[in-house]
Design a protein. Structure first.
Length: 165
């Protein structure tokens, strides 16, 4: 994970460069809500089940209970309730006729992360990725390695095909 911010004159110069690059090359505001897929809203507890499914799918419901019971300390009843909720939300599926019940996620972790990020951006930053980045860059620490990594990400984004909506 990148954490960015200011810690002196050099970081201020980097921040200015990044903000200038974004102002020239980035869309100032993207209304992500209009293009966001409709995925099930997943609670923090349900997210723990989903993370396990993404890591180990296919996996039986009894294996989910065992792993989360040991790692988090939840009771089997709680975990089965979470699994049931995720099935009702169509976030996961249980293979028909399987015994023991084999669970699989219906969307990838990347798809859920993208949807969660877009929902957060829309709610907190009016859909503006630039506003989010500027706020983050102004508020957080930034190491030299992170500066270099961020520069590479920005440079590589220049060569990617741009989508217009």
């Amino acid at each position: 994970m990148l954490r960015v911010g200011l810690s002196g004159d050099m970081d201020t110069k980097v921040l200015t460069s990044i903000l200038y690059w974004c102002s020239v090359n980035c869309t100032t505001s993207v209304e992500v809500g209009e293009i966001m897929k409709k995925t099930a809203k997943v609670s923090d507890s349900e997210w723990q089940v989903m993370k396990l499914l993404w890591e180990k799918s296919p996996i039986t419901s009894s294996e989910i209970v065992k792993i989360l019971g040991l790692n988090i300390g939840w009771s089997p009843t709680t975990i089965y309730t979470l699994i049931s909720r995720l099935v009702k939300k169509k976030a996961i599926t249980i293979d028909q006729g399987s015994s023991p019940h084999v669970c699989r996620p219906l969307l990838s972790q990347k798809e859920y992360r993208n949807d969660e990020r877009n929902a957060f951006l829309k709610k907190v930053y009016d859909g503006s990725l630039n506003l989010f980045l500027m706020n983050t860059l102004e508020e957080e620490e930034l190491s030299d390695a992170e500066i270099d990594e961020l520069k590479n990400i920005l440079d590589n984004s220049k060569t990617k095909e741009r989508w217009t909506i």
